[in-house]
Ligand binder design. Sequence first.
Ligand SMILES: Nc1ncnc2c1ncn2[C@@H]1O[C@H](COP(=O)(O)OP(=O)(O)OP(=O)(O)O)[C@@H](O)[C@H]1O
Length: 333
Amino acid sequence: MDVTPGTTNDAGPSAASITLDGIRKRYPDGTEAVRELSLEVKAGELVVLIGPSGCGKSTVLRMINRLIEPTAGRILLGDDDVTEVDPVKLRRRIGYVIQNVGLFPHQTVSANVATVPGLLGWSRDRTRQRVDELLELVGLDPAQFGRRYPHELSGGQRQRVGVARALAADPVVLLMDEPFSAVDPIVRTRLQEEFLRLQAEVRKTIVLVTHDLDEAVRLGDRIAVLSEGGTLEQYDSPAALLGAPASAFVREFVGADRGIRRLAVTPLTREVLDPVPAGDTADLPAVPLGGSAYDALAVLLTSATERVVVTEDDRPVGVLDRQRLLALGHPER
Ligand SMILES: Nc1ncnc2c1ncn2[C@@H]1O[C@H](COP(=O)(O)OP(=O)(O)OP(=O)(O)O)[C@@H](O)[C@H]1O
């Protein structure tokens, strides 16, 4: 029986937590790609795995959907142990987006997005409705793009089709391996912004692998920094990671400009402000409460003043001078 088109009939949760419990991967040639890793991702959370080349990020990701079998340890989706589930069925519950997308070149955009619904045996009407809904969700007009082939799209459009395809059967988890790295920096930034909007709407549990720290800071609710052998160096929010690196490795990895990066993820809250001084603040450049410390610094650097006033509903609620602002980038000093 088919129920309402565009909805799942097996009304399971739309996102599941992921628990990696002491997972290991030793490849047949003896390479210890992941020595031992434990990590929890909450339902609806976007976690970024980052670390130097070869540290085991992709191996971890591919163990979650069992494209790679772990040598030891447990992986849970919600309460289900993935090693006890048929891998083909498992992959239908997990969306997977890779660099260069891996679209089928001889199938139209619509047919590509319909891959998993097809495997699940959805009716044509239900599939078509879901495909159109998803193309719209990722910002592609179904009438214009549905019948095109992948080679008739730009890199950014292909990437969006890849995301739509991964979301098609309403997976409980989305795994993304360097999803935005094949497009140029301007398109990448736009895709990242669109992706954040999409995630606010669909709230999937997402594990995303990247090389790009700015991407990690922009997208991640939490960031897991790995070093060689899948060793977890730190698992924290972007602001905590940049503000207080847990080891020399992380400190070096996040780099000398981490202070500036941290400003971008530090909101201007009442707690960080100095009181409004007596007298007129009308001459000071204003930034809104809730904006980022980076925005405040940008305003300060383009004005000839030493202070910015922070406002709410156009009323001053505090001020910040240059030194206080820069100190927000390095809270441990
Ligand atoms: N099939 C395999 N057989 C043997 N060793 C492998 C295999 N696949 C990966 N490795 C090794 O396992 C380690 C981890 O590789 P993995 O691809 O997971 O790293 P990564 O962090 O994703 O790297 P990159 O950022 O360069 O993509 C590397 O040393 C790699 O050479």
